[in-house]
Design a protein around this ligand. Structure first.
Ligand code: FAD
Ligand code: FES
Length: 248
């Protein structure tokens, strides 16, 4: 296991996970026991950020509370208990070119997706948004290395466009065959609306508080347009944008 600090609160964890890595698809997640004891009791969900080789995966996380603080303090040789891969991932099909749009820690699942798209030789534009340039420094390089065209937006104007990452989308969208988004809910709602207006199919990776990650506790709900509630851990986390009731 290796832990790298990419920015102030952004960390990347590399793990040997020989059973999970080969079975993972972009957009799927793992449930991580952040401590070997009972505190915190519940596992925490994290997207598979990358598959480094057949046996290793990476998680990208932001420290927000006890579980992520414990993960940031892990040392080489420590052992983590993971369940996964879980949930439904992104559809990687023949659509070309595609646009990936990520905000903040929502960028996490998009690198694995970009790497998969590169393997299928799909042209890929990536729009990345963050609070400040430091959070994007390493990630931008990873996407460029992956053959993507990258444009960035920052809240404080420290790099790229000064403003919301969704402001970059309209200019790009007319040329796209599909859009994939992950980030804060308002960012994904705007992306969904823009894609709908441009008739570009859009998939979003959603977040909800999860207790089990397995469909047992029914805690991870969002409102669906037709189906009442959608359970993010089983029906998602990736959903077609038009399935989600964004205004509820
Ligand atoms: C499918 C899925 C994939 C995810 N992938 C990633 C990822 O790749 N990288 C990453 O950093 N985070 C990801 N998250 C969010 C991550 O699970 C939470 O940040 C983590 O559980 C926080 O644990 P904690 O113990 O540090 O914080 P806690 O002490 O549990 O919470 C600290 C604060 O974070 C908020 N919070 C906790 N969980 C969530 C959540 N799911 N959604 C919104 N707010 C939350 C709490 O309300 C609280 O304000 C994902 C969540 C889901 C559902
Ligand atoms: S997290 Fe328990 S049902 Fe989804």
């Amino acid at each position: 296991m290796a832990v790298e600090q990419l920015a102030d609160t952004f960390y990347r964890l590399t793990l040997a996970a020989p059973q999970i890595a080969p079975a993972s698809h972009p957009g799927q997640f793992v449930m991580v026991a952040c401590s070997p004891g009972l505190n915190p009791l519940l596992r925490r969900p994290f997207s598979v950020h990358r598959r480094c080789d057949p046996d290793r995966i990476q998680l990208l996380f932001r420290v927000v509370g006890q579980g992520t603080e414990l993960l940031a303090a892990k040392k080489p040789g420590d052992v983590l208990n993971l369940i996964g891969p879980l949930g439904r991932g992104f559809t990687v099909d023949a659509a070309d070119p595609v646009c990936l749009i990520g905000g903040g820690i929502g960028i996490a699942p998009l690198l694995f997706l970009a790497e998969q798209l590169r393997m299928t030789r799909r042209a890929c534009t990536v729009l990345l948004g963050s609070r400040t340039a430091a959070e994007l420094y390493r990630l931008t390089a990873d996407f460029i290395e992956c053959g993507c065209e990258v444009e960035i937006a920052t809240d404080d104007g420290s790099a790229g466009y000064h403003g919301l990452v969704t402001d970059l989308l309209p200019r790009r969208l007319s040329a796209m065959k599909r859009c994939y988004a992950c980030g804060p809910k308002p960012m994904m709602a705007t992306t969904a609306l823009l894609c709908q207006a441009a008739r570009v199919p859009c998939q979003v990776s959603l977040e909800a508080h999860m207790a089990c990650g397995l469909g047992a506790c029914l805690g991870c709900t969002v409102h669906g347009v037709e189906n009442g509630y959608l359970h993010i851990c089983r029906q998602g986390p990736v959903l077609n944008a038009e399935e989600v009731a964004w205004n509820r």
